[in-house]
Design a protein around this ligand. Structure first.
Ligand code: TYD
Length: 135
């Protein structure tokens, strides 16, 4: 998959409380190497603002809501996450930002690679050149 995609996760609705899950190579289209989460985001803050050369990600709004803005170097698309049974798959090579975090929102990120600072592209002009060379 080389396009972003909202993926609906299984959900077991139950009077005792609901349950959803994700497994690597099933709902998640790669082996999960790392997980991290973003929380206690002050109102109005923006996270992200970078691209990865190799890392793929799957983002779930476990609690609350936020927007993920993806940019392929030509156009931007905004994905609103507000349910804990939907995830956004992000292929490598997309510039991404996250904003509009609601109070007490919790973003879970399942990543395909271990943390590697060299995998990041932090400069937007650099990213645009990189993205266009790849096309
Ligand atoms: P960063 O990826 O820059 O956050 P954002 O996606 O909001 O831009 O990460 C913030 C800091 O956390 C950075 O100094 C590196 C550190 N970090 C790790 O050590 N391991 C990780 O897996 C991640 C995602 C970040």
């Amino acid at each position: 998959m080389n396009q972003p995609k909202i993926i609906q996760l299984p959900k077991f609705l139950d009077a005792r409380g609901n349950l959803s899950f994700a497994e690597e190579f099933k709902q998640i289209p790669y082996k999960i190497a790392r997980t991290y989460w973003i929380y206690d985001v002050p109102g109005g803050e923006i996270r992200g603002g970078h691209a990865y050369r190799e890392n793929e990600e799957f983002i779930i709004a476990l609690s609350g809501s936020f927007d993920v803005i993806l940019d392929n170097g030509i156009e931007k698309q905004t994905y609103s996450l507000n349910r804990s049974y939907y995830g956004l798959y992000i292929p490598k090579g997309f510039w991404r930002e996250m904003n509009n975090f609601s109070t007490n929102s919790l973003a879970l990120v399942l990543a395909s690679t271990p943390y590697c600072p060299n995998d990041y592209i932090y400069d937007y002009e650099h990213f645009k050149r990189y993205a266009n060379e790849k096309k």
